[in-house]
Design a protein around this ligand. Structure first.
Ligand code: CA
Length: 221
């Protein structure tokens, strides 16, 4: 991981609940001359932010008392200088969706977690036909640009993240639409349908989304 700021003595507020990951990040930042305050919870981070705003905020997404993306959104709603606080989201390897959402919510960048159980090497599926430019939120498929809505992008990212595995409509609703959404299975189907049309337009005959009757969808890329 590279340091988010290269100003000696700059202060960093790190919000990360995994002690091993936090230790590694703190070590790297302090080695670079940064001063780190570490919180395990969003509630503590909110208190710290009010008490002593840092120069940089480094935020995990999954925290015991909520979602780091929410705090990112709150910071962006602050008035004046405080609202422009640089925010880096921590992302486990392969969590493109978190990255895209984080950038959409105003995070300045994301950094990959140094260690994560999910980042352990697994079977990799050759060279991906996809290119995802996370900063610009542009996706291309077999060299053709895909113009996707945020939700279509979310569905695609989730399927690719779990390629070869069936994702139920509930799985997709939970990760893409969020817990308190009142969207239904039919919403998922509609987005899969438009996503398929767009993939077909980009590269005819290459629909890799498989429908599993009564179970869900998978990406077989
Ligand atoms: Ca976490």
């Amino acid at each position: 991981m590279s340091a988010p700021a290269h100003v000696f003595g700059a202060t960093v507020l790190l919000v990360e609940d995994d002690p091993a990951i936090a230790r590694t990040i703190i070590y790297a930042l302090e080695r670079d001359g940064l001063v780190v305050t570490h919180c395990l919870l969003l509630s503590d981070a909110r208190r710290q932010l009010a008490l002593r705003p840092p120069d940089v905020l480094v935020l995990d997404v999954g925290l015991p008392d909520g979602n780091g993306l929410d705090l990112c959104r709150e910071v962006r709603a602050f008035k004046g200088h405080a609202g422009s606080l640089p925010v880096l989201m921590l992302s486990a390897h392969g969590e493109e969706l978190d990255r895209v959402l984080g950038l959409e919510l105003g995070a300045d960048d994301y950094v990959s977690k140094p260690f994560s159980p999910r980042a352990l090497p697994g079977p990799t599926a050759g060279v991906s036909p996809f290119e995802m430019d996370v900063a610009g939120q542009r996706v291309s498929f077999k060299g053709q640009p895909l113009l996707l809505t945020r939700l279509e992008l979310g569905v695609l990212a989730d399927l690719l993240q779990h390629r070869g595995r069936i994702r139920s409509r509930d799985d997709l609703l939970r990760t893409v639409w969020g817990h308190d959404s009142d969207s239904t299975d039919r919403t998922v189907d509609t987005h899969i349908k438009t996503l398929r049309v767009k993939l077909q337009q980009a590269a005819p005959g290459s629909d890799f989304i498989v429908t599993h009757r009564g179970m869900g969808y998978s990406a077989e890329v």
